[in-house]
Design a protein around this ligand. Structure first.
Ligand code: ZN
Ligand code: ZN
Ligand code: FE
Length: 759
């Protein structure tokens, strides 16, 4: 005899607009359970009844087998009285503003849709806009909330009877799929030549032929235009770089399948899982020496960014082109990506040879996300398509809604209220008006989408940042947050940590409390405040900001400071005598040579000393090449100096740099020295942090700042500190780099506001 039992279940999280109700329906049927499911403004509610065993396994599978785009925060189960139902029904949504909860971010083509795409019997055979509730565009097409078709750029496409039938059938994969369409009723694709004139023929075939012939095709993707180029052709890649004015920054490669990815790069199981995940990020992998990829794709590096096709259009194009393609953002260097057809034809004139266009408008600009595995756990280096703006928590809720405007480079902003923080997609470097416009437009749309009217603007202390200017223009009360405190707070907050900790912030540059450039800061901090417990010794940086693109300038600062200018003469052999003399004067007279304690610039100096490069095409290039050069070689720990001044420990790298230069001049292998440099920085960091931990009794350490994009350094600092029994928090869902700063600013502001709030 079976005992009938009943449960009321409430599920919260990202469970609406992701096919959750049809999933519950199917699961209940599989277990022969009766009941109902419905959306409410804040959750999904389920009533089930049936045999006890069936109810138990239903509950277990509810979480284990949830739809791929769902994220479940909590499942609340209470006993209920069986009411003798025999069927299962999807009920009308409960009253209230429906689907207030945000939908999931954009998702790559799912396996089922991929099968249909290539199935000649399917009515969506080779249809470039095929989607279902498990896949397709979300934030890139939403104009306003709640997420319903009439408030997306799909609104202009009226579903045909066949599509509508799917849309209204709870048993169908496309039940309430807001982007549902087919060749009869959906968006259309066409090919245009470089002046925008429409060409006849199958647009994908024309584009594929152009790419295969070495041409550059601008493809209208999910979050904006991408430029597609044959990744196996050196000539094509060189032409792309010349036209985009992108000298050396690595380019990402797109392939259709995991097998094709494995022909290009090594991938662990965790890396493979990241590649095929719904977000379809660019994953940084170790490139295979014999990969069929043009050398100019990743000059000087051993890693390569690989992503799998994310849209049906990508699949069709890659299938016909039949080779790995470069997929890079459709812009001139340093500008935001183009999103509109006319805009792209104008802005990409002279770059693209042809355009693959369609008439589904891109509402929001989203770059591709970039991810790297460290110790088999993902670290997001750029958080955009597929991830943003999934809300993050704040360990100390903010009593008033706020906006944190972020820093200058790799900008994001954060809107927060209570314990929810919406971190924007990667906006870019706020160095031109176009990017600033992108920032303002995205901020306005986030305020609209999430109904948040900020009452305080939080900003970086640097007076010259354009983001700071935006905060000032807002007319809101202002709160300034120190850059490296924000880095540390971002890591603490992402891990839900509100207790005091030791924070290590290593980056290129950030404005210090004393007006100098900071960038190698070890703080004793909590969310509300900090003390600068240790930092790198100050060195004058001749030319200031120009040093980021000229590693020799950092080396010169250290050479002059350490009285090593004569011994290091070979380091500056490639620098013009005139420039060298001017920079030396700048350092000696302290003219246009601001003091800096920057770890990024220390990496630059080491790269210059090892003869790797004296100039750089982008910030961080020398450091990335130094990491590549070190590879997996074991390194020796060379010494630093350590002194105490004004209550802070001051770390002096001159002994280390002098030793590297000396060994190099005696013919030591630069690769081994690069490994020694990494090991030495990790060793010094471990030593200083352990000393502070002993002095303060703190057991938690947070690592942040762009320098920790270096996998070798991050893993090695982490293992040393964990070996000493400390709990180490590292960036995961937000980048180690400045992409996390706005979230850190929000976490700091929230903690300060909460402390001052009158209960
Ligand atoms: Zn699908
Ligand atoms: Zn249709
Ligand atoms: Fe930074």
């Amino acid at each position: 005899m079976t005992i009938r039992t009943a449960r009321l279940i409430r599920v919260t999280g990202q469970v609406q607009g992701v096919g959750f109700r049809p999933f519950v329906h199917r699961l209940a049927q599989r277990h022969q359970l009766a009941g109902w499911v419905r959306n409410t403004p804040s959750e999904v509610q389920i009533g089930i009844e049936g045999g006890r065993c069936e109810v138990e396994s239903f509950l277990a599978q509810l979480v284990a087998e949830a739809p791929p785009l769902a994220t479940i925060d909590a499942v609340d189960v209470t006993a209920a009285e069986p009411d003798g139902r025999h069927d299962f029904a999807i009920l009308e949504s409960a009253p209230g503003p429906n689907r207030q909860s945000a939908p999931a971010p954009d998702a790559g083509l799912c396996g089922t849709c991929e099968l249909e795409l290539f199935d000649p019997r399917s009515r969506r055979h080779r249809y470039p806009f095929i989607t279902c509730t498990d896949c397709g565009p979300r934030y890139t097409v939403i104009q306003a909330m709640p997420y319903d078709r009439e408030r997306t750029s799909m609104a202009v496409f009226r579903q045909c009877p066949a599509c509508l039938a799917e849309y209204h059938d709870p048993g169908d994969r496309r039940y309430h799929s807001e982007s549902n369409s087919c060749p009869r009723c959906g968006p259309q694709l066409w090919f245009a030549d470089d002046s925008g004139v429409r060409r006849d023929g199958d647009p994908v075939a024309v584009a594929a032929a152009m790419v295969a012939g070495g041409g550059i095709v601008a493809v209208r993707g999910l979050g904006g235009f991408q430029l597609a180029v044959d990744a196996t052709s050196e000539a094509a890649v060189v032409r792309l770089r010349a036209r985009k004015h992108r000298e050396a920054k690595p380019l990402a490669v797109m392939v259709r399948t995991l097998v094709e990815a494995l022909a290009i790069a090594e991938a662990s199981e965790a890396e493979a899982a990241a590649l095929v995940s719904a977000a379809r990020p660019i994953v940084l992998l170790e490139r295979l020496p014999d990969a069929p990829i043009a050398p100019s794709v990743t000059p000087g590096l051993t890693t390569i960014g690989v992503m799998l096709a994310s849209t049906p259009l990508h699949h069709l194009l890659l299938e016909l082109a039949d080779r790995p393609l470069i997929m890079t953002s459709g812009n001139a260097s340093e500008e935001p990506i183009a999103i509109g057809n006319a805009e792209a034809i104008e802005r990409l004139h002279g770059i693209a040879d042809g355009f693959l266009l369609h008439d589904r408008e891109v509402v929001e600009r989203y770059d591709d996300s970039v991810l790297r595995m460290v110790d088999d756990e993902p670290v997001l280096l750029r958080r955009a398509r597929g991830f943003a703006p999934r809300p993050l928590g704040l360990p100390i809720p903010t009593p008033v809604p706020l906006v944190a405007v972020g820093p200058h480079l790799k900008n994001t902003f954060t809107l927060a209220h209570g314990s929810r923080a919406f971190v924007s997609q990667h906006i870019g470097d706020l160095e031109n008006l176009a990017t600033l416009d992108h920032f303002r437009a995205a901020l306005a749309s986030y305020q609209r989408l999430f109904g948040l009217e900020p009452q305080i603007a939080v900003h970086d202390l640097h007076p010259g940042y354009l983001s700071t200017r935006v905060a000032e223009e807002s007319g809101l009360p202002l709160m300034g947050v120190q850059h490296h405190h924000a880095h540390v707070a971002a890591v603490l907050a992402e891990h839900g940590e509100a207790r005091p900790a030791i924070g290590v912030a290593y980056d290129g540059t950030g404005y210090g409390d004393d007006g100098h450039i900071w960038g190698a800061e070890i703080l004793v901090a909590d969310l509300a405040g900090y003390r600068r417990a240790a930092h790198l010794r100050y060195v004058p940086l001749p030319g200031g900001d120009r040093a980021a693109r000229a590693p020799w300038r950092s080396a010169l600062g250290w050479a002059e400071t350490g009285g090593l200018a004569d011994a290091w003469r070979p380091v500056f052999a490639g620098v013009s005598a005139e420039e060298h003399a001017l920079a030396t004067t700048q350092v000696r007279r302290r003219l246009n040579a601001p003091l800096a304690s920057s770890m990024g610039r220390l990496f630059d100096a080491a790269a210059a000393i090892l003869g790797l490069r004296t100039s750089a095409d982008y910030e961080g290039q020398a450091a990335m090449e130094l990491e590549a050069l070190a590879g997996r070689r074991p390194g020796a720990e060379l010494g630093f100096g350590l002194a105490e001044a004004d209550g802070s420990l001051v770390i002096d790298p001159i002994p280390l740099l002098a030793e590297l230069a000396d060994r190099r001049s005696r013919g030591a292998d630069p690769a081994g020295l690069a490994a020694d440099f990494h090991t030495s920085v990790a060793g010094m960091t471990g030593q200083v942090v352990r000393r502070l931990a002993d002095a303060t009794g703190l057991r938690i350490v947070a690592l942040g700042g762009g320098v920790f994009q270096n996998r070798r350094l991050l893993a090695s600092v982490r293992s040393r500190l964990e070996g000493a029994g400390l709990r180490v928090l590292v960036p995961r869902v937000l980048s180690p780099n400045d992409g996390a700063v706005s979230y850190g600013q929000a976490a700091v502001a929230a903690a300060r506001l909460a402390a001052n709030a009158i209960p």
